[in-house]
Design a protein around this ligand. Structure first.
Ligand code: 9UX
Length: 72
């Protein structure tokens, strides 16, 4: 199974921020695919809910220094 969420209001303001969020997502098991939208300050994440929860994804992003204001 695959689910898709959009994390927005992360606080990414430069390309290094985008890189940091990418590395956090890349190192999280269960995430199948993601895209970072720098200008929109958002990230779309495709994941297997059997392997990882939305909370864990948010935690992975928090671990690299960003916090989603909104998850849709
Ligand atoms: Mo540069 Mo992005 O300090 O926070 S990594 S703006």
């Amino acid at each position: 199974d695959q689910e898709k969420i959009v994390l927005s209001g992360l606080g990414m303001t430069c390309s290094s921020c985008e890189y940091a969020v990418s590395s956090g997502l890349k190192n999280t098991e269960g995430i199948t695919d993601f895209t970072i939208n720098g200008p929109e300050d958002s990230a779309t994440v495709v994941f297997d809910p059997g392997q990882v929860t939305v909370d864990e994804i948010e935690q992975a992003v928090a671990d690299v220094g960003y916090e989603a204001e909104e998850v849709t």
